[in-house]
Design a protein around this ligand. Structure first.
Ligand SMILES: Cc1cc2nc3c(=O)[nH]c(=O)nc-3n(C[C@H](O)[C@H](O)[C@H](O)COP(=O)(O)O)c2cc1C
Length: 337
């Protein structure tokens, strides 16, 4: 595998696919790129798993030449493990890395990783130092929250410190770790960070539609956005933002375009990961494309009955005939890992 060592795109009309554990695998990244994602992150990869050959690490790092530019996201809380993990990744041709200091899942936080790092800024900085020393300045980003606990928000101080250490960009999901996904993302904090540091700042948080992203970009002046839950129900969200930013009318999210996205996802999965695990995962993923349409329960049941790829494709094609509901899309149930 050779990754293209190009610089990463930071621009309002160059949306990224966010790291999404359980979802941003090679087939989904390939799908999102086909629909206009300018850059993608892997699912979070355990630095320890990488060093000790953990189960599943190989699948998480699967990529192709076309899957570029790609950022490998790492989690873990031990600088000495990163000392060993980074050379392994560089040797394999990966060029850009992101440190996960934003994930608030209990299992991840319990080991001191993810957003728990926000409560130990010196440790977080030591890890970034190790990563930058290995990969070079500008090649490492950090995905942060506002802080660990409400009232003890340290993202601005941390941002300044990380920029001084050679971090190339910062992503902010403007909630505290304790908040998980509750309340509203505080986009104003993204603007504060963008005005405080000179490196590009990417926005993440409650960007459920391309219109949300355009509004966040305009309100905050940040360099670019990452789509997460919004991409899970609508992979065409990337092209839509590009259209809005160029002053074009974006194509609507219709049953026909969603059926096409589902079929393309199946095709990429068949090409890139034909394992039974991937088949089962995709079967439960596909109903997300029908979110906001009537008949989603029947569709889910029909998909679960599918035993092979052709059946799956035939069933997914039926999304084209579903009727849109009136209610706006609710993404709150997509925050469960
Ligand atoms: C299912 C799921 C998996 C996620 N996995 C990761 C991850 O591996 N690494 C990470 O930094 N953030 C992860 N996140 C957080 C997202 O990247 C993003 O920051 C967050 O969902 C806020 O954006 P949104 O409100 O637009 O979805 C995950 C979120 C969800 C919902």
């Amino acid at each position: 595998m050779t990754q293209n060592a190009t610089t990463l795109p930071f621009a309002p009309d160059a949306p990224w696919l966010a790291p999404l554990a359980g979802y941003s695998d090679l087939p989904f990244r390939t799908l999102c790129r086909a629909y206009g994602a300018a850059c993608s992150e892997t699912e979070m990869v355990s630095a320890k798993g990488l060093v000790f050959g953990g189960f599943g690490t190989e699948r998480l790092l699967a990529t192709t030449g076309a899957d570029a530019p790609l950022v490998v996201q790492l989690f873990g809380a031990e600088p000495e493990i990163y000392e060993r993990a980074m050379p392994i990744l560089l040797e394999r041709g990966f060029t850009h890395f992101d440190l996960n200091a934003g994930c608030s899942v209990r299992k991840v936080n319990k080991s001191g990783s993810g957003s728990a790092l926000m409560s130990r800024p010196d440790l977080l900085k030591r890890i970034v130092e190790v990563m930058v020393r290995a990969a070079g300045p500008g090649k490492v980003g950090v995905k942060m929250r506002l802080g660990f606990t409400p009232g003890e928000e340290n993202f601005l101080d941390l941002g300044r410190g990380l920029e001084d250490l050679g971090a190339g960009w910062l992503t902010l999901h403007p909630r505290t770790a304790k908040q998980l996904f509750t309340g509203k993302a505080r986009w104003a904090a993204i603007g504060e960070l963008a005005r405080t540091v000179t490196v590009p700042v990417l926005a993440s948080g409650d960007l459920f539609t391309a219109e949300d992203a355009a509004q966040c970009l305009r309100e905050t002046g940040c360099a670019g956005v990452m789509f997460a839950r919004g991409a899970l129900t609508d992979p065409m969200i990337f092209q839509r933002l590009r259209d809005i930013w160029a002053g074009r009318e974006p194509a609507p999210r219709t049953a026909a375009t969603l059926a096409e996205a589902a079929l393309t996802h199946i095709r990429f999965c068949r090409e890139l990961d034909r394992t039974p695990r991937a088949f089962r995962a995709l079967r439960s993923f596909l109903p997300r494309y029908a979110k906001g349409f009537t008949g989603i329960r029947a569709l889910r049941n029909a998909l679960l009955q599918c035993r092979d790829w052709d059946e799956l494709a035939a069933t997914a094609a039926s999304i084209a005939h579903l009727e849109a509901e009136d209610a706006p899309l609710d993404h709150s149930d997509l925050a469960q890992l």
